[in-house]
Design a protein around this ligand. Sequence first.
Ligand SMILES: [Fe+2]
Length: 259
Amino acid sequence: MLFAIISDIHSNLEALTAVLADIERRGITTIYCLGDVVGYGPDPAECLDLVISRTEWCMLGNHDYAVFYEPTNFNFAAEQASFWTREILETKGVEKQKHRWWTFLGELPMRRNIKVKLGGYAVSIDFLHASPRRPINEYIFPDDVYTNPAKVRVLFDRVSHICFVGHTHVPGVFLEEPDFYMPDELGGVYPIVSKEKAIINIGSVGQPRDRDPRASYAFVDDNELHFVRVNYDLETTVKKIKATEQLDVFHAERLREGR
Ligand SMILES: [Fe+2]
């Protein structure tokens, strides 16, 4: 079984295009998305079109929720970006396209599960945006394993085996002890086995925040989860954000540092 997982695209078309090309180059045709297709960035319509046509399914992220329903607990800049995105999706494109975008956003699920065989191991995989307890809003930070281990254990009680998440934009693997491993500490690969539970953050395509500006995604081949980073033309994205008055320049500048 071979599939890729992408998340937190945040209307960054250049990053999404580069990631999809990398996935295609590897011969991977099955792609799952964990949400936050929109928000912050300059190309919501184009990113929605690509996610709709190229992925098997997509989970509901807090920024997708914000555009379709309302922003909750957003700072001013994120809220502004949501309202701008809503305006673009209401006014851009032909009726058929608009209908497709809004139907897609309105039908995004909060959680999906598949049961598969990976390299001989029976594996149950949950897909969701943020956390198994609050699937669109709770952050699971790497520091939580030290500062709030009880929280991480409680989250593992809600996971049957493997759970893929995004939301913090920081890739890595949480284990039940609790423990957290950055992709580099694992040599970029986590072996999925029957007995070990893991919450795996696959990082962000369009707004990485682990001080690596390259787009992040992951793929599963046999029982191995591979973390991948991809260079993309971020200066073009920066320019587009800066050219849009309603988008905060901070969301452009931070792309250069991946923070
Ligand atoms: Fe996000």
